[in-house]
Design a protein around this ligand. Structure first.
Ligand SMILES: [Mg+2]
Length: 404
């Protein structure tokens, strides 16, 4: 094999971690995400919950309708992050290049280490065995000649699965009769377009190549390549600063029409983004504001800035953007920085280097916190570290919504 790629994917990751740490949850339908009375979606659910038809990204109200006896829990993202770091550390030792695509998922280029399909199989089983022995969790592993095929292979025998797709021909044979959605990047909307032209299976895509390209342009070209098993993307070693942006958002339990509150929430979101940016030693050179209105219409507004890695600046930029939007009830608000750059390790921001600016920034920060304190009678400064935790952030925002 010219290229040997492994795709590792944890089985029901968040739910599995919770079950591991609390065995009384085992065998029960466990749904991690929002609680039934809140707004939001399912992040992950156990296989028992899937039997009721519950799945990730499903609206929590729909999940509750299908599975009223399920156990509903908020995610402990910090815990999953810590487990994730341990997982990737194990996996990455077997690869010449490792690409982290999610907390619980990675592509590994094992061409040099494996030499052959047999070698790759050995590595795959070692990864499964160590993941189980050292972290008490199961994963599914796919071995293949390309990234798409490796991902399809890890899907194939979930949970605790292993599958291999050694050649493009094997991939084509496996996929031919499947729905077009089996191909990576074909979502609901693309699928609808294809269906309405009578294209239902992966075989149909191969047989009506020109039609698909005519219908979908550039994406059509990519999809037809995939239908023939062609995917030459390399496993790209992940660097945090390869990420295009860092952002954080919250959904309100009730629509918000008070734009002072929205502006105040931007302070908290900016603190979260600042924290993550600092952890990776990154700064952005633009700030984005995202709003989803009560009718689900979303808008984003952004503006270029000078180097930006501190919350005060992010907040001020985003607040300025908020001034110019259409004032309608808001369901979700988000803040992000983009065009990231940085150097390895902790990097000093320009503000750290120029003490005058740093001092000025600190004073401004204090002023902003004081305003919030007076308005909500909450000591944001003292609690700013706690607020970074997603659970606390949501609770704080809801508290603010009720007390303004
Ligand atoms: Mg997974």
């Amino acid at each position: 094999m010219e290229n040997i790629i492994i795709h590792v994917d944890m089985d029901a990751f968040f739910a599995s971690v919770e079950i591991r740490d609390n065995p009384s949850l085992r065998g029960k339908p466990l749904i991690i995400g929002s609680l039934p009375k809140e707004r939001g979606v399912v992040a992950t659910c156990s296989y028992e919950a899937r039997k009721y038809g519950v799945h990730s990204a499903m609206n929590i109200k729909d999940a509750y309708r299908l599975c009223p006896n399920g156990i509903y829990m908020h995610p402990n993202i910090d815990k999953y992050r810590a487990v994730s770091a341990q997982l990737h550390e194990i996996w990455n030792t077997y690869a010449s290049a490792a690409e982290t695509i999610a907390l619980d998922e990675a592509y590994l280029d094992v061409t040099e280490q494996a030499h052959s399909l047999e070698g790759a199989r050995k590595i795959a089983y070692t990864i499964k065995q160590r993941t189980k022995a050292e972290l008490g969790l199961t994963c599914s592993v796919g071995v293949a000649y390309s990234k798409t095929a490796a991902k399809a292979a890890s899907e194939e025998k979930k949970p605790d699965g292993y599958f291999e797709i050694p050649t493009a021909e094997d991939f084509v044979n496996l996929m031919s009769n499947r729905d077009v959605k089996a191909l990576y990047t074909v979502g609901k909307m693309t699928a609808e377009k294809l269906y309405s032209s009578g294209i239902h299976t992966v075989r149909d895509i191969r047989e009506r190549r020109d039609m698909v390209i005519g219908l979908l342009g550039k994406q059509g070209k990519w999809i037809t390549d995939l239908a023939f098993g062609i995917d030459e993307r390399k496993v790209t070693p992940y660097k945090p600063w390869d990420a295009k942006s860092i952002s954080r958002e919250v959904t309100f339990q009730k629509d918000v029409n008070n734009y002072t509150l929205l502006e105040d929430v931007l302070v908290l979101l900016a603190l979260c983004v600042e924290n993550r940016a600092n952890r990776y030693g990154l700064h952005g050179s633009g700030v984005t504001l995202k709003l989803t209105y009560f009718d689900m219409k979303s808008i984003t507004r952004s503006r270029k800035t000078s180097i930006c890695s501190n919350a005060v600046m992010m907040y001020k930029e985003a607040a300025a953007l908020l001034k110019n939007v259409e004032k309608r009830p808001v369901r979700l608000i988000g803040l992000g920085i983009y065009d990231l750059s940085g150097e390895e390790g902790r990097q000093l921001s320009l503000f750290d280097l120029y003490t005058d600016s740093k001092k000025q920034e600190n004073e401004e920060r204090k002023r902003i916190f004081d305003t919030l304190k007076n308005r909500y009678h909450l000591d944001f400064e003292k609690n700013s570290e706690k607020i970074l935790r997603s659970e606390v952030l949501h609770k704080t925002v809801e508290y603010m919504r009720r007390h303004i």
